[in-house]
Design a protein around this ligand. Structure first.
Ligand SMILES: NC(=O)C1=CN([C@@H]2O[C@H](COP(=O)(O)OP(=O)(O)OC[C@H]3O[C@@H](n4cnc5c(N)ncnc54)[C@H](OP(=O)(O)O)[C@@H]3O)[C@@H](O)[C@H]2O)C=CC1
Ligand SMILES: O=C(O)C1=N[C@H](C(=O)O)C[C@H](O)C1
Length: 270
């Protein structure tokens, strides 16, 4: 069979299903298989059910990620932080490329990803859409030009099922703004205000998270000064935009040198 063989871990999830459908519809690649954790009711069912194809794909959902890594050239992971760390270790052990869009990883999880990426190529990005990748670039430039008289606030809204806050994208945008100002985000982040907060700290980068309904992903970055406000934003109206970015990343990363890449590398926006 021809084309890059792409496996999907977490293939029955919201992004997993969209990824299967996108791989099946994209020239130059094919579905190598998919997994869910042992005990998940999707295990043993035909992948076509989750890809939304009219015909079965003839591949069953598995629960053994090592077998999937062996069958694939690249694996895409949109799961949970601890599962992502396991998958990154497996990628390194099996010598296969990994694309991961999972958010909510802590500093230790990210250190594990960097370690695994010493052995294999890996793309890790909190938002795989072209629009958000460009937005991060624009936010960095705006933050560099406007300086600390412009208070930076980031507002995000997502569906009621989302389990991490602020979103990975909001943190990525905050990091981009901090880069633009040449400061460390850890020193200036203000991740949610409540109660007797006192006045705003000069130079702080604020983040606020809203949750509700079926919102796929809205992000707004506000630069508020005396007399004016600049607002840069993005609204995702379909998960397809993330899936297309992830499949583009999978095709791009296959056969690259080991290293930890992000969507700026994939889309040549460095
Ligand atoms: N970078 C980007 O562009 C985007 C990133 N995301 C991120 O992707 C992640 C997933 O989002 P979403 O698809 O909405 O979430 P879902 O909960 O719908 O999907 C996650 C899937 O992974 C499964 N899973 C959990 N643990 C394992 C494991 N060990 N092995 C295999 N499968 C496992 C879950 O199963 P179970 O339900 O049984 O736990 C579930 O089916 C989140 O972190 C989200 O923030 C989302 C959209 C875009
Ligand atoms: O959980 C989601 O749905 C999304 N998560 C990502 C994030 O945390 O930034 C990206 C996207 O906004 C959808």
């Amino acid at each position: 069979m021809s084309g890059i063989a792409i496996g999907v871990v977490g293939c029955a999830g919201r992004m997993g299903r969209m990824l299967l459908a996108t791989i099946a519809a994209t020239d130059g690649c094919r579905v190598a298989g998919g997994t869910e954790a042992p005990g998940n009711e999707a295990v043993g069912q035909d992948l076509g059910r989750f890809a939304g194809t009219t015909d079965p794909l003839g591949i069953l959902v598995g629960d053994d990620p090592a077998a999937l890594f062996d069958a694939a050239d690249v694996v895409i992971d949109f799961t949970r932080p601890k599962a992502t760390v396991t998958h990154a270790r497996l990628a390194a052990a099996r010598g296969k490329a990994l694309v991961t869009g999972t958010t909510g990883l802590d500093a230790g999880d990210e250190a594990m990803l960097r370690e695994a990426a010493r052995c294999v190529p890996m793309v890790y990005a909190p938002n795989m859409s072209l629009g958000v990748t460009l937005l991060m670039h624009l936010v960095e430039q705006a933050a560099a030009r406007l300086g600390p008289d412009y208070d930076i606030e980031i507002v995000e809204m997502h569906h009621r099922h989302k389990i991490d806050a602020p979103s990975g994208t909001a943190l990525g945008l905050a990091r981009a703004a901090a880069r633009g100002r040449d400061v460390s985000l850890d020193d200036v982040a203000d991740r949610g205000r409540d109660g007797d907060t006192g006045p705003r700290r000069r130079g702080a980068i604020g983040m606020a998270a809203l949750r509700g309904g079926d919102v796929i992903g809205d992000h707004q970055v506000i630069f508020a000064a005396d007399g004016e406000r600049l607002e840069l934003g993005h609204r995702a109206s379909s998960r397809e935009t993330f899936a297309r970015g992830a499949v583009t990343a999978a095709i791009w990363v296959a056969g690259r040198a080991p290293g930890l890449y992000d969507m700026r590398d994939v889309l040549d926006l460095r």
